[in-house]
Design a protein around this ligand. Structure first.
Ligand SMILES: O=c1ccn([C@@H]2O[C@H](COP(=O)(O)OP(=O)(O)O[C@H]3O[C@H](CO)[C@@H](O)[C@H](O)[C@H]3O)[C@@H](O)[C@H]2O)c(=O)[nH]1
Length: 288
């Protein structure tokens, strides 16, 4: 299939493109490179030995998106592009709502216009909001604590309504937990622009000596050691989940959690990283 991957130059997107190409699909990337690099596209081609079409566009731009649909017979869309920093979304809600909602609408509308009926949407475990763990797909979504989470929950609702109104529009919603790791080639991985927001890229930059010390936020959570617990999933497993979702897409709406079901605390993760890399990560635990 010819698959349009939005955000294909990013962390999750690049690994997903590798998995798609390795499964025999053709890939067209649309990415504005706001938190990724053009070289990543070359690296995906180096890893797979396959060509990719790359469009440096913003997926909120209807005309730019249409050019792709006119140039290729698109069989499916994997929509990963989006703004994703939780704290920034509280400071700049207008940017988050605009980018993340308009991009979803533009893609859905263009799919409708060009008869593209396979759509995989990159959502987040954040949409469970105030629900209690374990999070299961059938749960009713409760409000999240930040605009970023709301944009994911809203995009889900928009796409579900579109799928209900158009029975030939097949939709798969993937709710990611916390992706970590990198492709075994080491050519691609998580390399955010600026100082990382998330735990793992922060840890790797401390390991490289680029940052001095990790701050662990909070020590009094009701967890094994008081530090925050998350469900970390290897990014290559996550990427393969996209291929499986796309290839097995059938009529209707399908929602999948992409996690391991296993909780790991920040301290456990740091210790595992230290052991695996035979390195010491200087850290300080600070109050949340
Ligand atoms: O410098 C840091 C960064 C993070 N943490 C902690 O590490 C854990 C993981 O944090 P982080 O990597 O920022 O991930 P989340 O807060 O779980 O948020 C991520 O995971 C969500 C899905 O669960 C996504 O929706 C978000 O986009 C994504 O940022 C949490 O306990 C944080 O408090 C630290 O202690 N120090």
């Amino acid at each position: 299939m010819n698959i349009l991957v939005t955000g294909g130059a990013g962390y999750i997107g690049s690994h997903t493109c590798v998995a798609l190409l390795e499964a025999g699909h053709s890939v067209i990337i649309a990415d504005n490179l706001c938190n990724s690099r053009r070289e990543t596209v070359e690296k995906i081609m180096d890893i797979t030995g396959k060509e990719i079409a790359f469009y440096k566009i913003d997926v909120t731009d209807v005309e730019a998106v249409e050019i792709i649909f006119r140039n290729y017979k698109i069989d499916g869309v994997i929509h990963i592009a989006g703004l994703k920093a939780v704290a920034e979304s509280v400071e700049k809600p207008q940017d988050y709502y605009y980018n993340n909602i308009v991009s979803t609408l533009v893609l859905a509308k263009t799919c409708h216009k060009y008869g593209v009926n396979r759509f995989v949407f990159s959502s987040s475990a954040t949409v469970y909001g105030e629900n209690r763990v374990p999070f299961v797909e059938s749960m009713e979504l409760l409000p999240t604590t930040n605009p970023y989470g709301e944009t994911k929950a809203m995009s889900e609702r928009i796409l579900i309504d579109i799928a209900k109104a158009n029975p030939t529009f097949y939709l798969s919603i993937l709710r990611y937990f916390n992706p970590v790791g990198a492709h075994e080639s080491r050519l691609i991985g998580e390399a955010p622009n600026g100082i990382p927001n998330n735990l793992m890229p922060f840890v790797t930059q401390v390991a490289k000596g680029k940052l001095e010390k990790l701050k662990i936020f909070g020590k009094d959570y009701p967890t094994v050691d008081g530090t925050g617990v998350r469900d970390y999933i290897h990014v290559v497993d996550l990427a393969e989940g996209h291929v499986a979702a796309l290839e097995n897409l059938t009529e209707g709406v399908h929602i999948y959690n992409l996690g391991t079901g296993k909780g790991t605390s920040v301290l456990e993760l740091v210790k595992a990283f230290e052991e695996a890399n035979d390195i010491e990560i200087p850290y300080e635990i600070v109050n949340r």
